[in-house]
Design a protein around this ligand. Structure first.
Ligand code: SF4
Length: 215
C-alpha cells in the first residue's frame, strides 16, 4: 500500500473493528476514562490473552482504584488477584513499586508523556504510548506485535523492530490516525491477520495489501 491509501485503509479497519470484540484495554479506557486503570490494565496485558487480562482487571479494580490502594494491599494479595496473567510475580512487584515512584518523581500524579511514563516500573514505550492515547486521549502510537506485523505486511513500511515501526509511523501516519491505529490493528490481528495463516482471501484490506496480493 502507499501512504495515499492510509485514509481508505483506516476506514476499512474501522469497519472491521466495529464488527468484532474490542481489545480489553480499549474497554477499560471506554468504561473508566481513568489513566490509572488504563496504565495498570496495560501492564497486566503484556504477554497475556485478553480474556485473562479482563478477569484480572475485574478482580483487581474491585479492590484497587488508586495508587494509594496499591500501597495498602499486600504483595501476596496482589499476586492472588492478578493470577494467572503472564509474569504475575514480576508485574505484582512493579505495581507495588508504582505509588512510591509516582510520589518521588511526579508528585503522585500519573504523567501524560511517553518519556515520563517510561520512568515508571514495568512501563516501556508500548505501554506508555497506549496510556497516552487511551488514558489521556492524546496522540500516541502504541506498536505491539500486531501493529508491527500488519503495518509491514500491508507494505506501509519496512522495519525490523517495533521501535523502528513506531518511529516510522510517527513520520508517515497523519496524526488523526495515531490513537486508533493500535486498537484497529490489534483487533484485526486477533481476528483475521494472524501471525500464521492470515485470512487473506476474504480480507477487506486485500486490494491495498502487498502481502495479500503476493499470496
Ligand atoms: Fe493481513 Fe492478508 Fe489482510 Fe494483508 S490481505 S492485511 S496479510 S489478512
Amino acid at each position: 500500500m502507499n501512504i495515499a491509501d492510509i485514509p481508505a485503509v483506516h476506514r476499512a479497519l474501522k469497519r472491521a473493528y466495529k464488527a468484532v470484540r474490542a481489545p480489553v484495554i480499549d474497554l477499560v479506557a471506554a468504561q473508566t476514562h481513568d489513566p490509572f486503570r488504563v496504565l495498570v490494565g496495560t501492564i497486566l496485558s503484556a504477554r497475556t490473552k485478553d480474556q485473562t487480562t479482563a478477569g484480572a482487571c475485574e478482580r483487581l479494580f474491585a479492590k484497587v482504584r488508586t495508587p494509594g490502594d496499591l500501597r495498602r494491599i499486600s504483595l501476596a494479595n496482589l499476586e492472588k488477584l492478578i493470577f494467572p496473567v503472564g509474569f504475575y510475580h514480576t508485574k505484582a512487584k512493579h505495581l507495588k513499586a508504582l505509588p512510591d515512584v509516582l510520589d518521588e518523581k511526579f508528585g503522585g500524579v500519573i504523567p501524560d508523556t511517553v518519556e515520563a511514563l517510561c520512568e515508571l516500573p514495568g512501563v516501556g514505550r508500548k505501554t506508555a504510548n497506549l496510556v497516552v492515547a487511551l488514558g489521556f486521549d492524546k496522540d500516541g502510537i502504541c506498536v505491539d506485535v500486531h501493529v508491527h506485523r500488519i503495518s509491514n505486511r500491508l507494505g506501509l513500511l519496512k522495519t525490523r523492530t517495533p521501535l523502528e515501526t513506531e518511529m516510522e509511523l510517527r513520520r508517515i501516519l497523519p496524526r488523526r490516525f495515531w490513537k486508533t491505529w493500535n486498537s484497529y490493528l490489534v483487533a484485526f490481528g486477533q481476528t483475521r491477520c494472524f501471525p500464521r495463516r492470515p485470512l487473506c482471501e476474504t480480507c477487506p484490506l486485500l486490494r491495498w495489501c502487498d502481502t495479500g496480493r503476493r499470496n
